[in-house]
Design a binder for this molecule. Structure first.
Ligand code: WTA
Length: 630
């Protein structure tokens, strides 16, 4: 810990937490790692199994297409499952799962390995080979974890689509990835209702032609349409002799693709962020171990959804690489009552708990009594991700949930970074609302328009200056866009798309996105997705979407809509547009407000100036209007 007195409100970790922590001296580790980050990442990689080690840790001969652990051979699934099976962890629980309807399931490392191998053989029998893309569209059930691992085991590239997305979002992602197999659940339980995933998928498949087979996992048992020759029941195939529990792991090059995950970018349609077997493995393994301080006896719960990067890195890969016991819950936090989460923390004895500020604010609204009914003393470390956490929510999380003894890991990162980038560790003094400093070996900065670092407490563009193992490798099928979007504003520096400031102690404070990405309840949505859904409605001529501050969601979507000539504006039409967006993009994209307007502020080249709409809505000065057309 630093001897220097820190400014502002500071929470110092307890001796209890520090004495247990893997990293007791953060400053020292930061210093060593920054002096030689190659060595730091080489030593971390050495903790994992490789079929063949690397010739070089980083190959930067073709920047910004960095390569990590050059020519090394591995498979992330080998380290997630097979490696543990050769140790005392064979019978340890890998997964504890509770359904929203109260169902319960556990799987040991041995069982997860067995089921994954069987699943992988089923995929092989459908013709899935190394390099093929497989789309996965399910709720939070153990089969989603097995589906991802089964793909990776045989070298197929998984593309998980969040179960809260709907027809057009799914279609677009299947089409762009050219997936030939879709793994889908019949439905998912959510707040006592059933989301008809298979029916949504059927509609999406009418728009996409590449899928040859649909593998259907029975979760709800509700009747679904099964198309002969195309659709197959997972449980039936898993009972056939082809689903043997022996499945050799595919030996992958360190740089072979592991998965693609679509995320919203500055403009246009969502882009497929590509991660690889080697570097992603080292990044997620190390970051989870150090930040959540994983120990053998811990029970860990990341309450995110596997359909987003947080779920990929910290529900599936990170926890399994660390051989920890992970808990997964299917449903809504307040179902049937607002104590559901707290009751599960108590019943399963969760030690490490990771969620998002929006969930904390939502649960905070129900009052302390719901939390206080439960004994949460098993908790040791808490985490937050997805958007800045406001000090009020931070304190409630700290005092009421953590009982004042659990440090809060406010982790800043992105789909593109694969792992935590700005984050404390348990032994670090915390300031509510700041993610503290970059992870060891990672150099970050805040720059002005010209690329000069800004002074203390000045706002600027948040950038990353050193490569890191789990960095995005490219945008699948669109390498030019990868270069253009992340590496073109400044030379040799990765642009995050966020603005931030750094205080006099070097602590980073995230302000928010500077592009057309809106973070709604921690979910990342693009204005373009919402606008194109609106414009696909027959009544709409033009539309603009912006994010405005919201007490619980962080940001809420507000839209301005120009109707086609002759269409009469009405409240019914607004409701119809809301439903249309939910049907095309997903319920998370439903606008808070729809306003019918006659014109939109545009640049002379026809680009909608969303910042003008935002400033107007917030009663702020719209800034420089010299490019405004009218
Ligand atoms: C935002 C989620 C403040 C940020 C892991 C980033 C955060 C975007 C934090 C990436 C945090 C994430 N504090 N802002 N702790 N974590 N963000 O790709 O704007 O869904 O650029 O990854 O979320 O969102 P993504």
């Amino acid at each position: 810990m630093s001897e220097k007195r820190l400014s502002g409100e500071v929470f110092y970790p307890s001796e209890d937490v520090i004495s247990k922590a893997h990293v007791k001296n953060w400053e020292k580790l930061n210093k060593e790692a920054s002096e030689n980050y190659e060595k730091f990442w080489e030593e971390r990689a050495d903790e994992l199994h490789w079929f063949k080690k690397w010739d070089e840790v980083i190959d930067d001969s073709d920047k910004p297409f960095y390569k990590w652990y050059k020519n090394a051979k591995t498979n992330i699934v080998y380290n997630c499952l097979d490696a543990h099976n050769q140790t005392h962890r064979r019978n340890k629980l890998a997964l504890i799962w509770e359904g929203e309807n109260g169902e319960f399931k556990t799987m040991s490392y041995f069982a997860l390995h067995r089921e994954t191998c069987k699943f992988a053989n089923v995929l092989k029998s459908l013709g899935v080979k190394k390099g093929d893309r497989v789309t996965i569209y399910m709720g939070r059930v153990p089969e989603i974890v097995m589906a991802m691992l089964a793909c990776a085991r045989i070298g197929a590239i998984h593309s998980v689509v969040y179960g809260g997305f709907s027809v057009e979002s799914l279609h677009e992602r299947i089409e762009d990835s050219q997936s030939k197999v879709l793994i889908v659940a019949d439905g998912a339980y959510q707040r006592g209702k059933i989301v008809p995933l298979k029916a949504i998928a059927d509609e999406a498949l009418q728009r996409a032609a590449t899928v040859e087979h649909v593998l259907v996992v029975k979760r709800t048992g509700e009747p679904v349409n099964m198309e002969t020759g195309r659709d197959l029941w997972y449980h039936e195939l898993m009972n056939l002799p082809i689903a043997s529990q022996k499945c050799e792991v595919e030996v992958m090059d360190s740089e072979d693709p592991l998965f693609i995950l679509y995320t919203s970018g500055t403009t246009g349609k969502p882009k497929a962020i590509l991660h690889t077997h080697g570097g992603y493995m080292v990044g997620t393994y190390t970051s989870l171990k150090y930040v959540f301080d994983i120990h053998e006896e811990d029970r860990y719960w990341c309450a995110a959804d596997p359909g987003w990067i947080t779920g990929h890195s910290y529900i599936v890969y990170g926890p399994l690489l660390n051989g920890t016991t992970s808990f997964m819950y299917e449903g809504a936090p307040n179902f049937p009552y607002p104590n559901r989460w707290w009751s599960m923390i108590e019943r399963y004895g969760i030690n490490l708990f990771y969620t998002a500020p929006t969930a904390i604010r939502g649960l905070m609204r129900w009052g302390n009594a719901w939390v206080n009914r439960h004994d949460l003393s098993s908790l040791r470390i808490l985490g937050s991700v997805g958007e800045p956490i406001n000090p009020e929510a931070w304190k409630w999380y700290n005092d009421v949930v953590g009982g004042g003894k659990c440090p809060i890991m406010d982790t800043w990162w992105q789909t593109e970074t694969g792992m935590f980038m700005i984050t404390p560790m348990p032994s670090v003094p915390l300031k509510p609302g700041s993610g503290t400093k970059p992870f060891p070996g990672i150099e970050m900065d805040i720059l002005d328009e010209e690329g000069t670092p800004v002074g203390p407490n000045e706002e600027g563009y948040l950038v990353i200056k050193t490569p890191w193992p789990s960095m995005i490798r490219t945008i699948y099928n669109d390498p030019d866009r990868y270069v253009e979007q992340y590496w073109s504003k400044y030379d040799g520096v990765y642009l995050t798309g966020d603005s931030a400031r750094r205080d006099e102690d070097g602590y980073f404070w995230i302000i928010g996105r500077v592009d057309d990405v809106i973070k709604v309840s921690g979910y990342r949505l693009g204005t373009a997705e919402i606008e194109s859904a609106l414009v696909s409605h027959p009544a709409v001529a033009e539309a603009a979407a912006i994010g405005l501050p919201h007490d619980v969601k962080g940001n809420a979507i507000h839209t301005h809509v120009i109707l086609r000539v002759g269409v009469v504006p009405s409240d019914e039409l607004k409701e119809d547009l809301r439903k249309h967006i939910a049907h095309e993009v997903g319920p998370i994209a439903k606008p808070e407000k729809i306003e019918f307007v006659d014109s939109l502020p545009k640049t002379r080249s026809g680009k909608i100036m969303r910042r003008v709409l935002k400033a107007k809505a917030l009663g702020l000065d719209p800034g420089n209007l010299s490019t405004l057309e009218d």
